[in-house]
Design a protein around this ligand. Structure first.
Ligand code: COA
Length: 392
């Protein structure tokens, strides 16, 4: 072991591994900025398409630029017929995130841009991936229920199109806008686990689909994008506001996690939770099922208080806490919560892959290559003698 190099068993928390111009998070004060713009302003005033443009091209589009960009996305939403045929061969019980990850790899088969390592090709692939993510997931949502996929509508924006392709019905303006805000809020979040995974793969000069497939795999875990599903399962298990306190106590007694609380970076509430909460409340009222928001609210209150009492530290709501009840009220199946996260986060992933490969090389080593501390065996002070198979 080299004594000069620190061993980090901290999941790299607190270490800056690269420079980035894409976004900034200040976990101490709950501040998120995309390309210099506050998340609250973007959520209130920009569409997902505008935010994608901002992430990719480092500026907000004017009207003409936005119109042209929306047309490019619209033109790329369709999936090749062979792709749909391949989805139809998948077992109906396949996990949606696995379908998405396999789908990303399959898209690469159809794209000659994978052979070109240039920022022009990367930019084209980025738009294709962003445009096709909702189509893949909506198609799978229908195919697994023995229904034919619905083609994307040229008349609908990104958010409304997904809901339309999934359900076959055009959502009303309020639901479409709420979903659009969710996409904006989840689009980017600095060097989170999935973005780091995508950047690590991109640092090898692998193509964008390979990098994005790694991001999808990383996002699927329950400590990352999978947490929103766990939050909803928890709310369903609790069932009513009066059961919240017992639930929290039992979970902590058993040393179990309360999903939707806590974050590796934030030391205050995640600002996105404050934007999601009123939308969850409104959707609960609309559907006549206010209990999911009410249980969440009580869980936030009791969870924070009991956590403080037990551990002596503050815990805060993260982005998954109120998005779970919001998606549920929108009629989205539980196992599609994490794919929705991916439909948004693909915007951040591709921006990071482009930065990693074409804009950030000067600021970081070309290839990520950390080291590990070997804690395995040696045979005494020396390496082990290899015994041939027949003599073992
Ligand atoms: C996200 C998460 C992994 C961050 O963990 P972390 O970096 O260890 O967070 P902290 O350093 O603030 O944790 C301090 C302590 O509180 C515990 N803790 C943190 N969040 C907790 C939660 N939601 N439920 C129960 N205990 C929790 C940690 O295990 C740690 O305990 P310890 O001191 O006994 O080891 C963790 O908060 C978690 O598992 N949350 C639930 C999953 C979730 O919602 N993930 C989505 C994140 S966006």
């Amino acid at each position: 072991m080299d004594e000069c190099r620190p061993i980090l068993n901290t999941g790299l928390r607190g270490f800056k591994v690269a420079s980035s111009r894409i976004s900034d998070v200040d976990g101490d004060i709950g501040k998120i900025v995309y390309r210099g713009f506050l998340i609250q302003d973007l959520a209130a005033k920009a569409s997902f398409e505008e935010v994608v443009y901002l992430l990719l091209y480092e500026k907000l589009p004017n009207k003409e630029e936005l119109k042209a960009f929306e047309a490019r996305l619209s033109a790329e939403r369709h999936l090749p017929a062979e792709f749909i045929d391949a989805l139809k061969t998948r077992p109906k019980y396949a996990l949606p995130m696995d379908i998405l990850q396999a789908g990303v790899a399959m898209l690469a088969h159809h794209d000659s841009d994978v052979r070109e390592l240039s920022d022009e090709a990367a930019s084209r692939m980025a738009i294709k991936l962003i445009a096709k993510f909702p189509t893949i997931m909506a198609a799978w949502g229908r195919i697994r229920n023995n229904r034919e996929p619905v083609d994307p509508s040229p008349d609908l924006g990104h958010a409304a199109n997904f809901l339309y392709m999934l359900s076959g019905e055009v959502p009303d303006d309020e639901v479409a806008r709420f979903f659009d805000v969710c996409l904006v809020l989840h689009a980017e979040h600095t060097f989170n686990a999935s973005t780091f995974a995508a950047r690590e793969v991109a640092s090898t000069r692998a193509h964008m689909y390979a990098a994005v497939a790694a991001g999808v795999g990383s996002l699927s875990g329950e400590l990352h994008g999978g947490a929103n599903v766990r939050v909803m399962e928890m709310l369903l298990k609790i069932g009513s506001v009066d059961k919240v306190e017992d639930y929290v106590t039992a979970q902590l007694d058993a040393g179990k996690v309360i999903f939707g609380l806590g974050h590796a970076v934030y030391k205050v509430d995640d600002p996105r939770a404050h934007i999601l909460a009123p939308m969850s409340q409104k959707m609960g009222e609309r559907t006549g099922q206010p209990q999911w928001f009410e249980i969440s609210q009580e869980l936030e209150k009791k969870g924070k208080a009991i956590f403080k009492e037990r551990k002596g530290i503050d815990i805060f709501t993260n982005v998954d806490f109120y998005s779970a009840s919001l998606y549920y009220s929108m009629g989205i199946p539980l196992d599609f919560f994490t794919p929705i996260f991916a439909i948004a986060r693909i915007a951040g992933w591709v921006a990071h892959v482009i930065e990693e490969q074409f804009a950030g090389a000067a600021a970081k080593p070309v290839l990520y290559r950390p080291e590990s501390e070997y804690v395995g065996d040696y045979c005494g002070p020396d390496t082990c003698e290899f015994v041939p198979l027949e003599d073992r």
